[in-house]
Write a protein that binds this ligand. Sequence first.
Ligand code: PMP
Length: 428
Amino acid sequence: MLVTEWPKSMEAWTRTKRSLAGGVSTGLRAQARPHPIFFSGGAGARLTDLDGNTYLDYVLGWGPNIIGHGHPQLVAAVQGQIEHGATYGSGHEFEYLAAEAVLDAYPAFDRLVWSNSGSEAAQVALRIARGATGRQHFVKFSGHYHGWTDPVLVGYRGGRAGSSSAAESLGQSENASRDAVVLEWGNLDDLRATLTGRDIAAVVLEPVLCNSGVIEPPDGYLEGVREICTETGTVLIFDEVITGFRLAFGGAVEKYGVVPDLAVLGKAIAGGLPLSAVVGKSELLDLTQAGVVHAGTYNGNPVVLAGALATLDVLKREGTYERLDALGRRLASGLGDQLTRHGVVGAVNQVGPVVQCALGVPAVRTFTEFMGADTKAYDLLLVELLRRGVFALPGGRWYLSTEHTEHDIDTTIRIFGEVVSVSSPGVG
Ligand code: PMP
């Protein structure tokens, strides 16, 4: 066993590896440095690990815990339902109550379907788009992520190392992945040329490129994409798995005022419980009752939907998004100041409560610039942050919740400054 400052986590990970492949529930979590930390619980913006250390949490379960850990309203809602059963395989009142709450946030739309993860919902959206248009292919953009399934796991990090195919995974269906036409984000001429006269059912994109640098769309770009899709009869899908209920109650649709044909929601929608949805107009969504197969034993689970209703109720309180945005700005400008003060080359981006910190590059305005960041130096920095009680994601993204305070953020900025000032080898 390696020497570690987190002996109980290491012990738990070693034991977990004997039964669970890699000792982690998703491959990405194996990237955690120095090794995965095992937690015993969370409260508000804090997590406690098996060794008894407490951290300010900027991982938030990779995004979902937007109202923090153990929020009393969420806990009460889940407990209130689970006592009456975990699932019915038939209708119940939370199905419409939660659906109405989501549609309140997306007033341009009048229908949704439930599913359990962002990956699933993205598949449903693409299937609806193909069903509606009778076309086969779809456009996605380099660096944008839409889940781990065969058709969409292309052009995310540039293909599997050592392989000439665009597919990112060993074992991925080459046929399915050929449905995607991968373009550079931000170029309307390319998009117009690709969509004109081609067999393209849908354009799917992250309205803010959160998965690769937290990059906002260029001015007028979303409007341009909307126009080209309308002209060519292509279904425009916003993947709002990160941005939904996070940039505004109505996500990127509300923030940028551009209405796609379908929006895919996940993560923040249920405060940490597994839920996703596709929202849109009834003409498209009702295809799921007219030939487009959308299935799932756990779809519309009552415990999860009770939790979603409670989460949305907390989020829609007056001032939530102004506060989340202010916290995001405070963190971003604090991290940026520390980099400048200590002469460390780096870039900080921010949209609402989502922040990206990249080392070794002066700016991150494109996927290519994001890919130029020094991830090894960032990994070293993450370990130093962890040692000082700050838990953040590999890759440089930070998430804030309604439970973080200005004081938490100032503490984090001070710790970040301390870490970059000792300038761990490789940082700078
Ligand atoms: N779309 C986007 C934009 C995402 O960020 C993610 C997950 N990070 C997904 C889809 C897939 O969601 P899930 O992990 O819930 O399947």
